[in-house]
Design a protein around this ligand. Structure first.
Ligand code: SF4
Length: 146
């Protein structure tokens, strides 16, 4: 089952790639799952459907936020779940999206982006689960530079 979604998200990434690369950083949004936080040390504040990072450095989100901000990304959200995504698109009107998630959530996110005709690039968690997940930081930081 997991392999099936893996293939589908990879195919959607490939299909969207050219369009995605034409969109400047200032028009792109990054969506990060809350499970990437350090569940024991995180100081982020809850704000409705999001967490607002306090940049404590106990997880990789701090580095990701810093790099995205240096590059001039339009928005970066730490999401509690995917239900809020359509209203974020309506509010912020991103022209491209990068989503970090497990394959299943990535598949659902790509579907939403497809409905909004927003080119999306999915980046998989290197360890998934409900809490304390992980992502390849170097690879992801390079990915958001392209
Ligand atoms: S860097 Fe941000 S999201 Fe990560 S553990 Fe610290 S406050 Fe939480």
């Amino acid at each position: 089952m997991k392999d099936n979604y893996k293939k589908r998200v990879a195919a959607a990434n490939k299909k969207n790639r050219k369009k995605f690369l034409k969109i400047p950083f200032a028009e792109r949004m990054i969506l990060i799952p809350q499970c990437l936080r350090n569940s024991k040390k995180c100081r982020a504040k809850e704000s409705g459907p999001f967490f607002i990072c306090a940049d404590c450095g106990a997880c990789k989100i701090k580095k990701i936020r810093e790099k995205a901000s240096r590059l001039g990304y339009k928005k970066i959200y730490i999401l509690k779940g995917g239900k809020i995504i359509p209203s974020l698109f309506e509010k912020d009107k991103p022209l491209a999206v990068i989503g970090v998630a497990c394959e299943w959530e990535g598949f659902l996110g790509q579907k939403i982006c497809g409905e909004f005709k927003i080119p999306v690039q999915f980046f998989p968690l290197s360890r998934d689960g409900c809490a304390d997940t992980d992502v390849g930081t170097d690879a992801f930081l390079k990915f958001i530079e392209e």
